[in-house]
Design a protein around this ligand. Structure first.
Ligand code: DAT
Ligand code: MG
Length: 148
């Protein structure tokens, strides 16, 4: 089953949006496989965002992401990566549709409250980076009412 790495960024934690974001993924029907509040190092975040290292906003991004704790989680389900991205909304909240997390709760691209993996391959790499000890696997009876 597909897995995605979702992270509440420091502004989302500070603004008390952890529960709201967890709630949306739970209500959708995805299964929680890992969740932890963490204060990652600069090196860890540089690894997470290594594809953006050459971008002009990279130093600001690292500063923002190390400004407080984040909440990392792994959600499992059919289409979790693509659907997770849709649930977050466009990168720039100005372009995020109402009803999406970014569309509903934030204003600027530099403080867009959440992260979601963009491909299955990147999701697996991010899960390995943030949860090197592994994540939970378990049966959920609800699945019988979610999947045909
Ligand atoms: P996403 O988070 O939607 O996957 P991304 O991977 O391209 O977007 O960029 C990672 C984060 O970097 C993004 O959530 C916010 C920040 N960012 C992206 N583009 C930016 C820009 N033009 N100015 C400032 N920050 C930006
Ligand atoms: Mg990205």
């Amino acid at each position: 089953m597909e897995r995605t790495y979702i992270m509440v960024k420091p502004d989302g934690v500070q603004r008390g949006l952890v529960g709201e974001i967890v709630k949306r993924f739970e209500q959708k029907g995805f299964k929680l496989a890992a969740l932890r509040l963490m204060t990652p190092t600069e090196e860890h975040l540089k690894q997470h965002y290594k594809d953006l290292a050459e971008k002009p906003f990279f130093p600001g991004l690292i500063k923002y992401m190390t400004s407080g704790p984040v909440v990392g989680m792994v959600w499992v389900g059919k289409g979790a990566v693509t659907t997770g991205r849709k649930m977050l909304g466009a990168t720039n909240p100005a372009d995020s549709a109402p009803g999406t997390i970014r569309g509903d709760f934030c204003i600027e691209v530099g403080m867009n409250i959440c992260h979601g993996s963009d491909t299955v391959e990147n999701a697996e790499a991010e899960i390995a980076l943030w949860f090197p000890e592994g994540v939970a696997t378990y049966e959920k009876s609800e699945d019988a009412w979610l999947y045909e």
